[in-house]
Design a protein around this ligand. Structure first.
Ligand SMILES: [Zn+2]
Ligand SMILES: [Zn+2]
Length: 351
């Protein structure tokens, strides 16, 4: 198939998202050309769009947005062995150097030379055609949709958080933040063996969603004293949680998390607070609560695919909105609109 025309959704500057023609990429031997299918909008995409930055990364030049993608192979490089034209794949957005110390140790998420979709200066994949390394594309079985393939990205984040926190049989799991990833932490945590999941947030709609997705308990922490909430968590769960995953990025929530976690437990610190954070370190040290940092995920796509293809985790309920490629700006506006109550918004690049 001769692909001649390509276009992409380019973030030119803060709040300046436009559709522009781009070249069809040339393939290296180990790469495949994909007709993009579904791409989910992530909180980090919104940060770049609204604020021009996310964590330590700043938008300094126009960048194609999007990193939670799936697509269909339309062309293969000369040394590609495992994929063929017509295969539908989920795209793991980070391609590491494969040569550095971290890569050799298997921690390729920490590779200093990793290229990662829609992280400046690397382009993302809300475009018509996109190329990617063969071994970071995961072939979807026929019964797994392109939408589900796109959601393998945030699901991988969740799987990695559960691995870092060592969620296991009978764990009590506290999740601070009931956004789309919070929901996925809950689903992954339950599959990993968590017996109870309690989710906190300040938005009742999100907590309702959490309940309907399987949360055992929810607490709206808006305006509440952290120690009082920590006691309520202990009472509701019949003991303090061994594992807490913080994904709301606010100082209050970190403070609550450390106070609520059981002695000898673990806090997986996913949320990225914007400046310096005041943590009750004395409490964490005294209680021997391990605070574990986390950066993206490593070797989690195979597990995410297993979970979806066997039906152990159903991510479809998280998808609340669909848009075509040309409606991308509306898709982004919907993702941040309070009224839309969006959880996961999907852009269909093939429509
Ligand atoms: Zn994401
Ligand atoms: Zn490397």
């Amino acid at each position: 198939m001769a692909v001649e025309h390509n276009e992409a959704v380019v973030l030119r500057a803060i709040k300046d998202l436009v559709i522009e023609p781009i070249p069809v990429p040339d393939l290296k031997d180990n790469e495949v050309l994909l007709q993009m299918g579904s791409v989910g909008i992530c909180g980090s995409d919104i940060m770049y769009w609204q604020r021009g930055g996310n964590s330590r990364f700043r938008l300094e030049a126009p960048m194609i947005i999007g990193h939670e993608g799936s697509g269909t192979v339309v062309k293969v490089g000369s040394k590609v062995k495992t994929l063929k034209i017509g295969d539908r794949v989920a795209i793991e957005p980070g391609t590491p150097c494969r040569r550095c110390h971290q890569c050799k140790q298997g921690a390729y998420n920490l590779c200093p030379d990793i290229t990662f979709c829609a992280t400046p200066p690397d382009h993302g994949n809300i475009c018509r055609y996109y190329k990617h390394a063969e071994d970071f594309c995961f072939k979807l079985p026929d019964h797994v949709t392109l939408d589900e393939g796109a959601l393998m990205e945030p699901l991988s984040v969740a799987i990695y958080a559960c691995r870092r926190g060592e969620v296991t049989l009978g764990s009590k799991l506290l999740i601070c933040g009931a956004g789309p990833v919070g929901m996925l932490y809950m689903m992954a945590g339950k599959v990993a063996g968590a017996s109870q999941v309690l989710i906190t947030d300040i938005d009742d709609n999100r907590l309702e969603m959490a309940k309907s997705c399987g949360a055992n308990h929810t607490i709206n922490v808006n305006g509440r004293d952290k120690l009082e909430v920590a006691s309520e968590i202990e009472a509701l769960m019949g003991g303090q949680p061994e594992v807490t995953i913080e994904c709301s990025s606010v100082d209050y929530s970190y403070d609550l998390a450390i106070n609520a976690t059981r002695q000898g437990g673990c806090l997986v610190a996913v949320g990225r607070p914007s400046g310096r954070t005041l943590l009750p370190l004395d409490v964490a040290l005294r209680k021997q609560v391990d605070i574990k940092g986390i950066f993206r995920y490593v070797n989690c796509y195979p597990a995410a695919l297993e979970m979806l293809s066997t039906g152990k985790i159903n991510v479809k309920s998280l998808i609340t909105h669909h848009f075509t490629f040309n409606e991308t700006l509306r898709a982004f506006e919907t993702a941040i609109s309070r009224d839309a109550k969006a959880v996961k918004v999907i852009i269909h690049c093939d429509q």
